[in-house]
Design a protein around this ligand. Structure first.
Ligand SMILES: [Zn+2]
Length: 203
């Protein structure tokens, strides 16, 4: 959603060559407001700017795995019928970013959209009598309410959240134990080295 410059409707972004008077968010001091796009560009690292202009070619293996659209379009458009398992939740999809600058700004609250990663049963409207098929997708809370119903969605979310809390504390415990074991090993190593050292002196 676009907002007018808080310095006054019709007031332009203060960055040179930018005539924006509307933006999804505004940054900076009163009287010197910068639009979201320009703010993102200001925060862009200089080397990545160089990489995009091609003045310096850098090949980096991306650690991000984009979700490819592998399903046929009619399958991809099929609504959900049943949640089998909730896998995750997010407020924003970074693949919505059109340029690096979009990733360099804090997310504006009105850009947030709650989505759940769902493994579930999907049924194509043109094949209503069939069982449908199982798939894994990010779906908005609104889509889920519309097709699953608020009650079933709430139950599924509660189940997932308590399972997740248990998983998180189990993982944290595991990490704490691993760190403690590592400290012990380092300590033992030092002790052994000291013993070997003193042994050497005796000779
Ligand atoms: Zn601007």
């Amino acid at each position: 959603m676009s907002k007018a410059n808080p310095d006054g409707e019709g007031t332009e972004c203060v960055r040179e060559d930018c005539n924006s008077t509307m933006a999804s968010n505004w940054y900076g001091k009163k009287g010197a407001k910068v639009c979201r796009a320009c703010y993102g560009k200001l925060n862009q690292r200089r080397d990545s700017a160089a990489a995009t202009t091609g003045s310096k070619r850098v090949s980096i293996e991306s650690p991000i795995f984009e979700q490819p659209i592998v399903e046929p379009p009619l399958d991809a458009a099929a609504p959900i019928k049943k949640i089998v398992k909730i896998i995750g939740a997010r407020l924003w999809d970074p693949s919505k970013a059109l340029e690096p600058a979009d990733l360099r700004v804090p997310l504006a609250e009105d850009e947030e959209e709650l989505e759940y990663l769902i493994f579930g049963q999907f049924v194509r409207p043109d094949l209503k009598d069939s069982y449908g098929f199982l798939s894994t997708r990010w779906l908005t809370a609104e889509h889920l309410v519309e097709h699953i119903g608020l009650g079933l969605l709430q139950t599924a979310i509660k189940e997932w959240e308590s399972g997740l809390a248990a998983r998180r504390s189990a993982k944290l415990e595991e990490l704490v134990e691993a760190a403690a074991a590592e400290r012990e090993e380092v300590g033992e190593g030092r002790g052994a080295a000291a013993a070997a050292g003193s042994g050497g002196e005796e000779v």
